[in-house]
Ligand binder design. Structure first.
Ligand code: 0L1
Ligand code: MG
Length: 259
């Protein structure tokens, strides 16, 4: 029988030390997505035991561009902790990261609990504010290659999040132009409509998926809605900035000298 605790220790250690590992499914071909979520939960529990604090959840693979990029075609979710926060305008350290990529996102800040099957209107009623955001993903698997169960076990590749200024929840986020630039050059251009047709649908899906795991989204939680475009590899010394029409911008620099 597979020891899920052992698998959780493997992905946790890979994330903690920035060490690439083989896919868990190479050794455990029968690992399914449900077991992957169990591994994720156990690996995050290890982070919480080390003193990290849960701050919300991320939704992953919420756009066709993302699904195409990694060859997995299901929306997934992962857990966010305070150790993943990058200060707006601050620096991302490459230390402890393997092959990080950035992607443009929209974030929700919640003011009410949310869980289970909810309508978009109910989901919106739980939102305190929205913000431009970027996620830094860093699959712990060699060459960013994984199956659905692998990526779920690896906390949906989460590694860092940066949030811009909060905007009122009533801001229309249905179809906002998004441009991500590296050193001023556009590297990804998209629309918030690429996020499941409307980013609010991602919050609806988050409420359903956390409830399936016996959890609730809580007041004060951040929910990253998922990327509108493909993710872009990061290198030392680069400046990364995303502008979202009507929402403002969010930026960070990657620490170090340009190669
Ligand atoms: O946030 C995301 O969409 C990432 C989900 C995991 C797949 C990947 O590593 O790109
Ligand atoms: Mg993402």
């Amino acid at each position: 029988m597979t020891d899920l605790n052992e698998l959780a220790a493997i992905v946790d250690e890979a994330a903690r030390t920035g060490t690439a590992i083989a896919q868990l499914t190479d050794a455990v071909p029968g690992l399914d997505p449900a077991a992957g979520y169990a591994v994720q939960q156990l690996s995050i529990a290890r982070r919480l035991e080390r003193g990290e604090r849960r701050i919300g959840v991320k939704m992953g693979l919420t756009s066709r561009a993302k699904m195409r990029q990694v060859g997995v075609s299901e929306v997934i979710w992962g857990r966010l902790t305070d150790a993943m926060r990058i200060e707006e305008g601050g620096e991302l350290s490459l230390s402890g990261r393997i092959h990080p990529r950035a992607e443009p996102e929209i974030a929700f800040l919640l003011k009410k609990p949310l869980a289970g099957r909810v309508s978009p209107a109910e989901a919106l009623g739980a939102v305190e504010a929205v913000a431009p955001a970027m996620e830094v993903i860093d699959s712990r698997y060699r060459n960013f290659k994984f199956s659905l169960a692998d990526v779920v076990a690896d906390n949906a590749s989460s590694s860092g999040i940066v949030l811009g200024a909060l905007r009122p929840a009533a801001t229309d986020i249905a179809n906002l132009g998004m441009v991500m630039r590296i050193d001023g050059q556009p590297v990804q251009i998209g629309s918030s409509a690429a996020i499941l047709g409307h980013p609010l649908r991602s919050l609806v899906a988050a409420a359903r998926l956390v409830a399936e795991a016996g959890e609730t989204l809580s007041p004060g939680d951040i929910v990253l809605a998922g990327a509108a475009t493909e993710a872009v590899p990061l290198q030392a010394g680069r400046h990364v900035r995303t502008e979202i029409q009507g929402l403002g911008s969010v930026a960070f620099s990657v620490r170090g000298e340009q190669p």
